[in-house]
Ligand binder design. Structure first.
Ligand SMILES: [Zn+2]
Length: 553
């Protein structure tokens, strides 16, 4: 009887469509992709990885206005560019959709209507800052003025960067609109609210049942103690988004439709993959695991609003939500003037995506820690570990097998327990990937790589071959070394998919899977060796930093 296929659904947070992706975005995409690839190397599994761009809101509208194009044109172009960047970092997404889509609009209406019918939506009038010249209500970030507490000038409408005070934009002294420069006036507006507090008991239970990291649960406890409040889900025209049903000039706030975009991406994929069943994945009783990978900045939306929205509309809940930290570069927040604001595309023009994938893998773990990309450390780790300790095993051994043995691996392996020792680590390493402890997986793999290099250095095949060019012993040593390399490649495959492809080609083997750790490669002809990777030239790093200093953001 065939084993049942185990299905899984994974998402990464939808990037905002107002600009290019930068290396900070790639942390989460790479983390999610490594996990998905490690997962898919198991037998009898299917894993869908969905994403898309988040295309609504005031910043999109204003950015498009500046570019003198429609928001639709702008987000279509950004969606295309983001999809290319992500793919070129070897992140394999099944569907990269957009929240500005018919599928999403229909789902948003479904979710909103379900909550309205349950009495979870209220309407009341609030006072808001209004730009009389632009004739629009102003989001907090578009109002600046003097801090009501410390009087610092040019502070944003929500908090003071000098003294840290938080306030409402109406409390700013001498406020002005960043769009027109004029002083905003106060104006009444009728808004829609989602009564999150109706889900307080449900959320306190759900957030403590193992779906979240401990750090997240602890943070949520602070919010529960303060009490959940209703959430403003509407915005007045002009706005770029979905109109609220029955309203002429009111729109859903972008954060209502953004996470629903995960479901819309699924519905859109279903157009191409007809065998997908919406209810099987999203129905209330779905048994398919659903994992959301996100950055720590959007934890609140994903761990409170999103499950409440899903529960009230009778959809399934996430199985787990995994938050990651932010990327700093050379110990600092990314900054354009220091050349550390690095766009994804600028990186790709100078360095291999696999270097960054590997470097991030040495740092990523299951906690919400910020990661630092230190370029000296990056160069050292890639050159001495990845190339020096790993790639070199293959190039040395393969060249001997070709030069002296016609590309033939020996029929038997030499006396050594090393292969069993390395093979025995397969399940531990697989487990480290699936529990998102990539840094531990990398540490274990490179301990094994050291043992392999010690073995080859002790046996000195380059000396043995001088005395006897047809030495069976040398053929066996190199065969064992290539078998050990094959295992290490298998272990690194989720991180280095392109290198794995080249290795599979020269080893002349089918795509490596976790199960392959139990087999060996003997009496087998290998194909011509293909260089797997080259060392990082320091000049490339300098060129990348220089290009980043001049890039437009
Ligand atoms: Zn202040």
């Amino acid at each position: 009887m065939a084993d049942k296929i185990k299905k899984t659904l994974v998402t990464y947070a939808l990037p905002y469509a107002n600009g290019s992706l930068h290396l900070g975005h790639m942390v989460g995409f790479i983390q999610t992709d490594i996990w998905v690839r490690a997962y898919k190397m198991q037998p009898n599994v299917e894993c869908l990885f969905l994403c898309g761009c988040d295309g609504h809101g005031t910043p999109i509208m204003i950015q498009a206005e500046k570019l003198q194009i429609t928001p639709e044109e702008m987000i279509a172009a950004v969606q295309k560019e983001q999809n290319l960047d992500i793919g070129d970092f070897l992140v394999e997404i099944d569907n990269y959709h957009t929240t500005h889509s018919a599928e999403n609009q229909e789902l948003v209406t479904t979710v909103f209507t379900a909550h309205a019918n349950k009495g979870n939506i209220s309407k009341h009038t609030i006072k808001q800052a209004f730009d009389p010249l632009k004739n629009m209500f102003l989001p907090d970030r578009y109002i600046k003025g003097e801090c009501p507490r410390c009087q610092a000038k040019d502070q944003y409408g929500d908090n003071c960067e000098t003294c840290g005070a938080t306030y409402s934009p109406l409390e700013l002294k001498n406020p002005y609109s960043t769009l027109s420069g004029v002083a905003p006036i106060e104006k009444d507006s009728l808004h829609y609210f989602f009564k999150l507090q109706n889900y307080s008991t449900f959320l306190q239970t759900w957030t403590r049942q193992g779906s979240l990291q401990t750090q997240v649960t602890n943070k949520l406890d602070e919010w529960f103690t303060m009490g959940l409040k209703e959430w403003d889900i509407s915005r007045d025209a002009p706005y770029f988004g979905f109109k609220i049903p029955g309203e002429d000039s009111k729109y859903f706030y972008v954060w209502l439709d953004a996470p629903i975009g995960y479901m819309a991406s699924f519905v859109n994929l279903k157009e191409n993959l007809k065998n997908l069943n919406f209810d099987e994945y999203w129905g209330k009783n779905s048994e398919i695991p659903l994992y959301h990978f996100i950055g720590k900045d959007i934890m609140y939306f994903h761990t409170l609003f999103w499950p409440a929205l899903l529960a009230g509309a009778d959809f399934r809940l996430p199985t787990a939500i995994f938050c990651h930290g932010f990327l700093t570069i050379d110990g600092q927040k990314m900054s354009k003037s220091r050349g550390t604001f690095i766009k994804a595309r600028t990186y790709l023009e100078h360095l291999s995506p696999e270097y960054l994938r590997y470097y991030l893998a040495t740092k990523l773990n299951d906690r919400i820690e910020d990661l630092d990309l230190n370029f000296d450390d990056f160069t050292q780790r890639v050159n001495s570990d990845l190339i020096g300790k790993f790639v070199n095993i293959a190039s040395r051994s393969a060249s001997f097998i070709h030069k002296y043995f016609n590309g033939e691996l020996s029929a038997q392996l030499p006396e050594s327990t090393l292969l069993q020792e390395v093979a025995a680590k397969a399940s531990t390493i697989q487990e480290k990937y699936l529990s998102r402890e990539f840094n531990q997986a990398m540490r274990q793999i490179f301990i094994l790589a050291d043992l392999v290099n010690q073995y080859v250095d002790t046996k000195k095949p380059w000396t043995l071959i001088k005395d006897n060019p047809e030495s069976l012993e040398v053929q066996q040593i190199c065969t064992l070394a290539l078998n050990l390399f094959r295992l290490l490649m298998l272990y690194l495959k989720p991180v280095l998919p392109s290198m794995a492809k080249k290795a599979e080609a020269f080893l002349n083997i089918p795509p490596l899977q976790w199960n392959d750790a139990t087999t060996t490669l003997v009496a087998h002809t290998i194909a011509p060796f293909q260089p797997l990777a080259t060392r990082i030239d320091k000049e490339c790093i300098k060129a990348l930093q220089e290009a980043s200093r001049h890039a437009t953001v």
